[in-house]
Design a protein around this ligand. Structure first.
Ligand SMILES: Cc1cc2nc3c(=O)[nH]c(=O)nc-3n(C[C@H](O)[C@H](O)[C@H](O)COP(=O)(O)OP(=O)(O)OC[C@H]3O[C@@H](n4cnc5c(N)ncnc54)[C@H](O)[C@@H]3O)c2cc1C
Length: 511
């Protein structure tokens, strides 16, 4: 009778999302011997951002060697910075090689997650109206959860031309000779601008904030080097050396005393800004455009970009930089606050995403845990926080791969691998103990959050004081910099691999 009252959940583990994080979780679960898991993915293929995005010029902006899994190092990358298509193929190949396809359910969007305290499981409400239950949930929905559909510019619905979004690029639309505008100067815009400048009739780049953009030579990787990269240990060694450097930067920033940090960061920013003006003098001919492209903030206050063609594109006669704010869309284009109207056949909305580090991204009602704890409301009231960036006391049996204070400054794969390791380690321990409920202890969570908040002082100073004038997703609406984990890479990895099991309560449902 007990079994009827509390039937077993549909699956032992449900992973939400099949991007790089979800794939990592699937592989780790398989390796831990968990067979009963599904990966729910709203799209029709694996790859996440790399499946969704296929806009012109898409490439990785960190070397390909650092943008891959430690368990599937690819010696065949064609270039130092692989194209979006190559990265997409890589993820499909990894999912196939590690046997994930039988576990994948495409076209399945999770609309809400509710904890069932009686059954010790999560009820996942699906967008198609179905419900799926899971003992454990790994949320791998990523960092850039969804593109901002509304760019916050009046009159969008009046515009009769073509609206194009980087995350939903219409490859069939012929750009030849078209009058094109691109709104935004973030990472996507920096890649799209030089990729289409030679094809379109005219291109106007509407800029709110100038972006830091350094040249990115992208040579083909010679055959001999590819051979060497196939030698066991070589790629791991090169990547390890890069991680040591990244770790040193993050740790120095997190541990240095504030009386040193303040003048140090001020001096670094001032020097970098002067240096960048020199680079602009070398690369951009027109003094007016050059001045418009010069940031007045530090290089890591906003996501810096790498692209050789971006600044050079502004030397073309058909490319214009518009720094006057946009007032509204018109029927045929855009009107700026100086009253000038420009007509366009197509407007690209490169206006960003709802990101994981903003409390507003967590819609109330989406994730509801013990005693009605609503993740969205909790984050708005208490600020973003999670034990080791992955779990919260009121949300048992649930781990998030990209949570508050999580990004380690490294390549994405290295970081989601370690958060996936954390989740799978806790799940494996629960299985060993036949526990049906695993919840991080409140005291462990509080102690961790106090420490991480203290460590974030330098980053907060940098983003909320020194560079407070820059709009950036590295600083959220609560004035917190919850994007980066201020501990360094290796300490984060150690913590995910060795967290004491006493930081969690493991219980077994008795009824
Ligand atoms: C255009 C672009 C370029 C980038 N380039 C770089 C780069 O060069 N270097 C770098 O370090 N980082 C880069 N990033 C950041 C990061 O590395 C990528 O976003 C990466 O794909 C993140 O992997 P993920 O698995 O965490 O999330 P995602 O790739 O976003 O995958 C999340 C998956 O979850 C699915 N999903 C979300 N919600 C639901 C739901 N409710 N139900 C079901 N499925 C859901 C999504 O459809 C998606 O497939 C880039 C990001 C973008 C958007």
């Amino acid at each position: 009778m007990g079994a009827e009252r509390h039937p077993a959940p549909d699956h032992e583990v449900v992973v939400i999302g099949a991007g790089p994080g979800g794939i990592a979780a699937g592989v780790k679960l398989t390796r831990a011997g968990v067979e009963d898991f599904v990966i729910l993915e709203r799209a029709d293929e694996v790859g996440g951002s790399w499946h969704e995005n296929h806009y012109p010029g898409l490439e990785v902006d960190i070397p390909s060697l650092a943008y891959q899994y430690s368990f599937a190092r690819n010696p065949h990358w064609s270039r130092l910075f692989a194209s979006g298509a190559e990265v997409r193929r890589y993820h499909v190949a990894v999912a196939r090689r590690f046997g994930l396809y039988p576990h994948l359910r495409f076209g399945t969007a999770v609309a809400a997650e509710e904890w069932d305290g009686d059954r010790h499981c999560w009820a996942l409400r699906l967008a198609d109206g179905g419900v799926l239950t899971a003992r454990f949930v790994i949320s791998a929905v990523g960092a850039f959860i969804s593109p901002k559909l509304d760019p916050g510019i009046a009159g969008l619905d009046r515009y009769r031309g073509r609206i194009q979004r980087p995350s939903d690029w219409d490859d069939d639309y012929d750009l030849t000779g078209k009058r094109v505008a691109i709104i935004g100067t973030g990472a996507s815009s920096v890649q799209i601008t030089p990729a289409i400048a030679g094809k379109v009739g005219s291109l106007a780049v509407f800029q709110r904030t100038p972006v830091w953009c350094l040249p990115k030579p992208n040579p083909r990787i010679p055959r001999a080097v590819r051979w060497a990269l196939g030698v066991p240990g070589v790629q791991a060694g090169v990547h390890g050396a890069a991680l040591v450097a990244v770790d040193a930067v993050v740790r120095t920033m997190s541990n240095a005393p504030m009386p040193v940090v303040r003048p140090g960061l001020r001096a670094i920013d001032a020097t970098a800004i002067r240096g960048y003006r020199g680079l602009l003098r070398l690369l951009v001919r027109d003094p007016g455009i050059r001045a418009g492209l010069a940031p007045d903030y530090g290089p890591i206050a906003k996501r810096p970009t790498l692209n050789t063609g971006y600044l050079l594109a502004f030397n073309r006669d058909n490319v214009d930089l518009v720094t006057t704010p946009i007032e509204r869309f018109t029927e045929h284009g855009l009107r700026t606050t100086d009253g000038i109207e420009r007509n366009f056949d197509m407007v690209v909305l490169a206006t960003g995403y709802h990101v994981f580090s903003d409390p507003e991204t967590y819609t109330p009602g989406l994730v509801v845990g013990c005693d009605g704890l609503d993740l969205g409301k909790y984050y708005i009231e208490h600020g973003l926080q999670a034990y080791e960036s992955v779990s919260l006391p009121g949300l048992p049996n649930r781990w998030t791969l990209v949570g508050p204070y999580s990004w380690t400054g490294s390549g994405w794969h290295a970081f989601v691998e370690m958060t996936a390791d954390h989740a799978v380690r806790a799940i494996s321990e629960a299985r060993r103990r036949s526990a049906t409920r695993v919840a991080v202890r409140q005291d462990a969570h509080d102690a961790y959050h106090r420490r991480i908040y203290r460590n974030g002082a330098a980053m907060r100073y940098y983003l909320t004081e020194l560079n407070a004038h820059v709009p950036t997703y590295y600083r959220n609406s609560q004035g917190d910099s919850t994007y980066i984990r201020p501990t360094g890479f290796f300490s984060a990895r150690r913590a995910h691999h060795r967290f004491p099991f006493t930081d969690y309560d493991f219980d077994r449902r008795t009824a």
